[in-house]
Design a protein around this ligand. Structure first.
Ligand code: GDP
Length: 297
């Protein structure tokens, strides 16, 4: 389970805080040093950890102790609130046009991040909301990716548009939108090609799609297991092509979880969903407050 080690460590810090009737400034500082270590070990970005700790410290020292809480409980409450803030406070939805208009969503991400699986998961969510999604196979380099999208689309009961491997992704996107308009589909979801690493061709291809069709939402899929790399990837995609939100996959694995805690603060973009398994139903809305509770135990 993600965050297991972080959770254990924070609970230990809190246990020693809870027992204290009074907290000196030194007590708070010692506790926060341990919180800092725990966050760094969970692979949260260094800059994010530093800002987080100073925000908590500022509030915790010279705090207005509420009558109902011990000083220790107050520190725990502040850590909780700051964690929620770090993850963006609010739940963010994929922004859709009114049902009468067409929404175009572009999915991006490195190969293996879980993009194709997540694309089909999203289609299922949108279908459940009464939308009519069309999945579009824009990964023209891997025939297996087209096949995988078709199989997943079938499982979800969602149509898949493909033109094989011999067309440019931007042209496929354009044709898919025309097809969707004709066939009464109102959300077009483009599954684009990933690469093992960020490279210029991949970025240019995404830029070309964006220059050819009007993309309303660009969603980046990153793998939680890759830790800070996921955060760096998100930063680079955001700089190069502009993203509207991030989906973090494989949070069901035993990842240390740092990506989920850092991405919002580093990129300024919200986490929309988290992938919690390989099944097409394993996609959860991202609730910063619930995630913080999960971490704090
Ligand atoms: P793509 O190359 O980015 O399109 O990646 P795929 O969609 O093919 O996914 C790569 C692998 O990750 C597949 O084996 C998926 O089943 C798996 N996967 C995707 N999302 C999740 C998730 O949230 N949890 C787990 N455990 N596996 C996932």
């Amino acid at each position: 389970m993600a965050f297991e080690s972080l959770s254990d460590k924070l609970q230990n810090v809190f246990k020693s805080l809870r027992g204290k009737g009074r907290l000196s400034e030194a007590d708070v500082k010692t506790a926060l040093k341990e919180v800092k270590m725990a966050l760094l070990e969970a692979d949260v970005s260094f800059k994010v950890v530093k800002q987080f700790i100073s925000a908590v410290q500022e509030r915790a020292i010279g705090q207005d102790v509420q009558n109902s809480l011990t000083p220790g409980q107050m520190v725990i409450k502040i850590v909780n609130e700051e964690l929620v803030k770090l993850m963006g406070s609010e739940t963010t939805e994929i922004r859709l046009k009114p049902a009468g208009d067409m929404t175009i969503i572009m999915m991006a991400g490195l190969q293996g991040a879980g993009k194709t699986t997540t694309t089909a998961k999203i289609a299922g969510k949108l279908k459940a909301k009464g939308r009519k999604p069309l999945l579009v196979a824009c990964d023209v380099y891997r025939p297996a990716a087209i096949k995988q999208l078709q199989i997943n689309g079938e499982k979800q009961g969602v149509p898949v548009f493909s033109m094989g491997e011999n067309h440019k992704p931007a042209d496929i996107a354009k044709a898919a939108i025309a097809y969707a308009a004709k066939n009464d589909q109102n959300v077009v979801i483009l599954d684009t090609a990933g690469r093992l690493h960020i490279d210029e061709d991949m970025m240019n291809e995404l830029i070309e799609i964006k220059g050819t069709v009007e993309v309303h939402q660009t969603i980046l899929v990153v793998d939680a297991m890759t830790g800070q790399d996921a955060v760096n990837v998100a930063g680079m995609f955001n700089d190069k092509i502009g993203i509207d939100g991030v989906i973090i996959t494989k949070l069901d694995g035993d990842t240390r979880g740092g990506a989920a805690l850092s991405i919002r603060a580093v990129t300024g973009k919200p986490v929309l969903y988290v992938g919690m398994g390989e099944k097409l139903s394993d996609l959860e809305q991202f609730y910063p407050d619930r995630m913080a509770s999960r971490i704090l135990g």
